[in-house]
Design a protein around this ligand. Structure first.
Ligand code: UDP
Length: 412
């Protein structure tokens, strides 16, 4: 068990009488907006801070679209970097914009009334790393959401692995999705009182957005999923990973085709990745199969709705391996290995590789055995239970408003 500390050693915690201190919530890309949306909503709804949403301009339009799902608008949006966007150029642009905005909005006296008491950055993008550095220079304590992910190889993913480590060195508080992430941070010398294991906010976002029941823009998807659950399983398939291109993808396509033939009453929905290496291969094998619907990639909220209706997911996607089990949907992973090993251990994921026989056999076991299927849907998703954002907001209140005197039990 770990408990949160004060976010900033040097800054005394604000007294309970102070009115709603400012907290910055910083987003740059669309995935960051998706995963920060529940955090921003939690800060807004709990009403203890004045949340100020900063969009660094990296994916400005898409960030606006995602935040709008929760009725949020960025309070400030930096100009988009135009022309060729080198990593150094992007880093310099974001630190420069942050610095100018912080000075013009809050002055440069940390501790003065209205000066931000913390800045939350998410994940591992260059924009998040640059924003963290800018806040550090401005003496605003940084809290890192989705902290502690590590591959151990700074060239993969590049530059994200180094961005994670950089933010991890700057951060005063780390919100780690899993205990594996916690262990990574402890190995790097972070003290346990600075880490809170929260689950991944991606799960909060998915659970929330899947309940919005946004209308499908593709009428075929609507038709395929309208069938009653008892009448027809809906199988959702995604496949895009580079290491599967070629033979692996052909085999995945063959496996899916055999499942479609074995279960003619099932509906298989496959949002096709736009890369021709994927769409042409899978399209060649699966187009014309009557119960397979090949669609364009779905909007996030539509995809979340589709996952909520799925009986089974067959995927090689990293994110979907974490998301589908949150909605109680068993997942077959068409890869030889997965970095989501916690899911395999918990039994929410079954690694089946790309051999068509293995894919078909695993699907049959689940579709034909109601007891096994029910047992699989009851497994606990190790990536979160949809309360990560509340835990993050609660930990910030505890650390920043309550002077670390009351220590809520945040980690089981
Ligand atoms: N996703 C989506 N529309 C789709 C397929 C996936 O919005 O048609 C979302 C999905 O919910 C997840 C993310 O895209 O959050 C995963 O993307 P992808 O599988 O491309 O990448 P990975 O997770 O492997 O990096």
């Amino acid at each position: 068990m770990t408990t949160p500390a004060c976010l900033h050693d040097a800054a005394p915690a604000q007294s309970a009488t102070a009115t709603r201190p400012t907290v910055l919530l910083i987003v740059g890309t669309r995935p960051e907006a998706i995963k920060m949306l529940p955090v921003i909503m939690a800060f807004r709804d709990r009403g203890r801070f004045t949340p100020v949403v900063v969009s660094t301009g990296q994916h400005a339009r898409m960030v606006r679209e995602v935040l709008a799902l929760g009725g949020i608008r960025p309070d400030v949006e930096f100009d988009e970097l135009t022309g060729r966007r080198s990593l150094n150029g992007l880093f310099a642009h974001v630190t420069g914009e942050m610095d100018a905005w912080l000075r013009s909005t809050f002055g440069d006296a940390p501790g003065a009334a209205g000066f931000p008491v913390a800045a939350l950055v998410h994940g591992d993008t260059t924009s998040a790393a640059a924003a963290a550095v800018a806040c550090f220079h401005a003496q605003i304590p940084v809290a890192h959401v989705e902290a502690g992910l590590r591959t151990g190889d700074t060239s993969s993913p590049f530059p994200e692995e180094m961005n994670r480590r950089l933010i991890g060195r700057i951060a005063a508080m780390h919100f780690a999705p899993t205990t594996t992430n916690l262990d990574n941070l402890l190995r790097e010398g972070v003290t346990p009182d600075r880490v809170v294991v929260t689950g991944n906010t991606a799960i909060d976002a998915l659970m929330w957005v899947s309940r919005l029941h946004v209308p499908y823009s593709d009428e075929h998807v609507a038709a395929a999923t309208e069938v009653e659950r008892t009448d027809a399983p809906v199988i959702v398939v995604t496949a895009h990973r580079r290491e599967s291109w070629g033979e692996g993808l052909v085999n995945i396509g063959r496996g899916i085709r055999r499942i479609a033939e074995l279960y003619p009453h099932a509906r298989i929905v496959l949002p096709l990745h736009p890369n021709p290496a994927v769409s042409e291969t899978l399209g060649g094998i699966l187009s014309g199969v009557p119960n397979v619907l090949l669609t364009a990639p779905l909007d996030y909220a539509e995809f979340a709705r589709l996952l909520g209706r799925a009986s089974l997911v067959i995927t090689d996607s990293g994110g979907v391996q974490e998301e589908a089990p949150a909605l109680g949907v068993p997942v077959l992973v068409t890869r030889e290995t997965t970095e989501r090993i916690e899911g395999v251990v918990a039994g929410t994921l079954e690694l089946v590789g790309t051999d068509p026989d293995a894919i078909v056999a695993a699907a049959r076991r689940l579709l034909d055995d109601a007891e096994l299927y029910a047992e699989r849907t009851r497994r606990v998703n190790p990536y979160g239970d949809g309360t990560a954002a509340q835990r993050i907001a609660e930990a910030c209140e505890h650390a920043l408003l309550e002077g670390c005197e009351r220590v809520p039990a945040l980690v089981a």
